[in-house]
Write a protein that binds this ligand. Structure first.
Ligand code: NAI
Length: 326
C-alpha cells in the first residue's frame, strides 16, 4: 500500500468543502489506489459541524481514507501537509466594503501562511480558493518565506471551466473538443477569458464563434457567471468550485494533457509584461509536478488592454494589504 498523501482542507464546515471532501475520499484527486490522510481546519464555532462532516466521510467506508484530524489550530492542520486547499474565508457581509473584506481575509491568510511555513512539508502545494483568492494567496506566500512562492497558487480554474463550457455549448460540441482556453488576471469580474488561441475540434475558436459573440457575449458571461449562480441559487457556486479545485490540484500533481494547458493564478515572473510578484492567472502547462507559464503567445491590442485592467486591480489589492506582505 502507498504512503498516504497528507491533505489539509480549511473551511471544512463550509459548502465547497462539503463537496470537496467527498470527492477526495472517493479518490477523484489522485486515483483509487492512493490513500489519503485529512487535516481539517475550522474556526472553533464550526468544529461541531466538521465532526458531523467527518461522520459522513467515515460512512463512505472508503478504503482510501486512513486518518482524519480536526483542529482550529493552523499549525496542527498544516502539519506535514503535501497538499493544502485553503477554502475557508470570511464572506462579504452587509455593508462591508471590498477593503474590509480584503483586510479581514488578509489577517486569516497571514496567520495561515505562517503556519504553513512552520508546519507543512517544504514541497507542499497550496491552492487558495477563498476570496479574494489571488491576494489571499499572495499574503500566504509572503508569510511563508521558507517555502518557494512557486508552491502557492490561487484558483481561476472555475473561470477556465466556465469558459470551456460556454464555448463548447456555442459550438454544439462537448468540452472534450476544446483546447487552449486561457484566463488571465484576477478571479473577479476584471478577469480576461481569452479565446484568441483556443481551438475547437482543432480549428481556431474565433472562426467558429466570431468576434462579436466573443467580445459582447462570451466574455461578460464568464466574468459574471459567479454572480448569476448566486442570483439563481441564493448561494455561491459550491459543487463546480469543488470540482475546479480538484481539477486544478490534479493537473498540478499529475500534469496537464500534452496537447492542452490550463489556467492557474501563479506568482508572476514578469511574463507578458505583468507586474512581477502579483498572483496573476496565466495559461500554464504542468510537467513532473511543476508548472510553466505558456510562453510566446501573440497578444493583440484588445487582449493587452483587458490584461492591463485586471493586472491593475491586482496591484491595487496588493497595495491595500502591503503591511501584511512581510
Ligand atoms: P462557506 O461560508 O460555506 O464556508 C467557509 C468556511 O470557512 C466557513 O465554514 C467558515 O467558518 C470557515 N472559515 C472562516 N474563517 C476561517 C479560518 N480562519 N480558518 C478556517 N476556516 C475558516 O463558503 P464557501 O461557499 O465554502 O466558499 C469558501 C470561499 O471560496 C469563499 O471565500 C468564496 O468566495 C470562495 N470561492 C472561490 C471561488 C474561486 O473560483 N476561487 C469559487 C467559489 C467560491
Amino acid at each position: 500500500m502507498k504512503t498516504p498523501v497528507q491533505i489539509t482542507v480549511t473551511g471544512a464546515a463550509g459548502q465547497i468543502s462539503y463537496v470537496l471532501l467527498s470527492r477526495l475520499v472517493a479518490g477523484d484527486l489522485l486515483g483509487d489506489d492512493q490513500p489519503i490522510a485529512l487535516r481539517l481546519l475550522e474556526i472553533p464555532e464550526a468544529l461541531g459541524v466538521v465532526r458531523g462532516v467527518n461522520m459522513e466521510l467515515i460512512d463512505y467506508a472508503s478504503p482510501l481514507l486512513e486518518d482524519v484530524i480536526i483542529s482550529s489550530d493552523p499549525e496542527v492542520a498544516f502539519k506535514d501537509a503535501d497538499l493544502a486547499f485553503l477554502v475557508g474565508a470570511r464572506p462579504r457581509g452587509p455593508g462591508m466594503e471590498r477593503q474590509d473584506l480584503l483586510q479581514m481575509n488578509a489577517d486569516i491568510f497571514s496567520v495561515q501562511g505562517k503556519a504553513i511555513d512552520a508546519a507543512a512539508k517544504r514541497s507542499v502545494k497550496v491552492l487558495v480558493v477563498g476570496n479574494p483568492a489571488n491576494t489571499n494567496a499572495l499574503i500566504a506566500l509572503r508569510n511563508a518565506p521558507g517555502i518557494s512562492p512557486r508552491n502557492f497558487t490561487a484558483m481561476t480554474r472555475l473561470d477556465h471551466n466556465r469558459a470551456v463550457s460556454q464555448l463548447a455549448q456555442k459550438c454544439g460540441r462537448t468540452t472534450r473538443d476544446i483546447r487552449q482556453v486561457a484566463v488571465w488576471g484576477n478571479h473577479s469580474t476584471t478577469q480576461h477569458p481569452d479565446l484568441c488561441h483556443a481551438l475547437v475540434d482543432g480549428k481556431p475558436a474565433l472562426d467558429w464563434v466570431g468576434r462579436d459573440w466573443y467580445e459582447n457575449d462570451f466574455i461578460p458571461t464568464v466574468q459574471k457567471r459567479g454572480a448569476e449562480v448566486i442570483q439563481a441559487r441564493g448561494k455561491s457556486s459550491a459543487a463546480s468550485a469543488a470540482n475546479a479545485a480538484i481539477g486544478h490540484m490534479r493537473d498540478w500533481v499529475l500534469g496537464t494533457p500534452p496537447d492542452d494547458w490550463t489556467s492557474m493564478a501563479v506568482h508572476s515572473d514578469g511574463s507578458y509584461g505583468i507586474e512581477p510578484g502579483v498572483m496573476c492567472s496565466f495559461p500554464v502547462r504542468v510537467r513532473d509536478g511543476d508548472y510553466a507559464i505558456v510562453q510566446g503567445l501573440e497578444i493583440d491590442a484588445f487582449t493587452q488592454e483587458r490584461i492591463k485592467a485586471t493586472e491593475t486591480e491586482l496591484m491595487i489589492e496588493r497595495d491595500m494589504v502591503r503591511h501584511l506582505l512581510g
